[in-house]
Design a protein around this ligand. Structure first.
Ligand code: AMP
Length: 189
């Protein structure tokens, strides 16, 4: 199974990504996690990545592709992937499509999780203490939601036109969101 999770911060991509990966025996590839791991390495590249993440800005496309491609290539040769938080820009979506062609794999579906900004903000502020993320402050959360609306939002019609978009209301308990995704996946595939 090859799926993309297209969702704003706080919509539950991580939780749903893990569940879908377990359900379909696919690799859960979370772009934010891989970039944070690289940032922790405190290499030159890591420091560069951290400087974008702490402000809630997107990391430049080429860096994201360099960090993610090896994991995608490995997963494509195995049980497939649930890509969580990638692509987030139109150039990334084009690069992802080119990579899929090169690897001879086809994307099964793109799952768009949506919820009002007020709900997303409340959830992100609620987890702020536990997750220990530098980007879970009120100002940075506001900026991340704005970046999603302006830069990542246009990917929704991009995948809708390709007939592979599933939209699920994320303002429900996690089990209901998973059930909603699986229902629609069954209908689509
Ligand atoms: P996330 O863990 O998905 O909330 O991502 C946290 C941060 O990592 C984002 O605010 C960006 O700084 C960076 N990031 C994650 N995925 C991407 C991506 N596909 N393109 C650019 N930056 C990304």
């Amino acid at each position: 199974m090859k799926l993309l999770l297209l969702a704003p911060p706080g919509a539950g991509k991580g939780t749903q990504g893990e569940r879908l990966a377990a359900r379909y025996g696919a690799a859960h590839i979370a772009a934010g996690d891989l970039l944070r791991a690289e940032a922790r390495a405190e290499s030159r590249l890591g420091r560069q990545i951290a400087s974008y993440q702490v402000r809630g800005d997107l990391v430049p496309d080429q860096i994201v592709l360099d960090v993610l491609t090896p994991a995608v290539v490995a997963a494509a040769a195995g049980g497939g992937y649930i890509l969580d938080g990638f692509p987030r820009t139109l150039p990334q979506a084009t690069a992802a499509a080119e990579l899929a062609v090169r690897l001879g794999v086809t994307l099964d579906a793109v799952i768009h999780l949506y919820a009002p900004d007020s709900v997303l903000t409340r959830r992100l502020l609620g987890r702020a203490g536990q997750a220990g993320r530098a980007d879970d402050t009120a100002d940075v959360i506001r900026h991340r939601l704005q970046v999603f609306a302006e830069t990542t939002g246009p990917l929704v019609p991009f995948y809708q036109e390709r007939g592979i978009l599933i939209a699920v209301d994320a303002d429900q308990p996690p089990e209901s969101v998973t059930a909603g995704i699986q229902d629609q996946l069954t209908r689509l595939l």
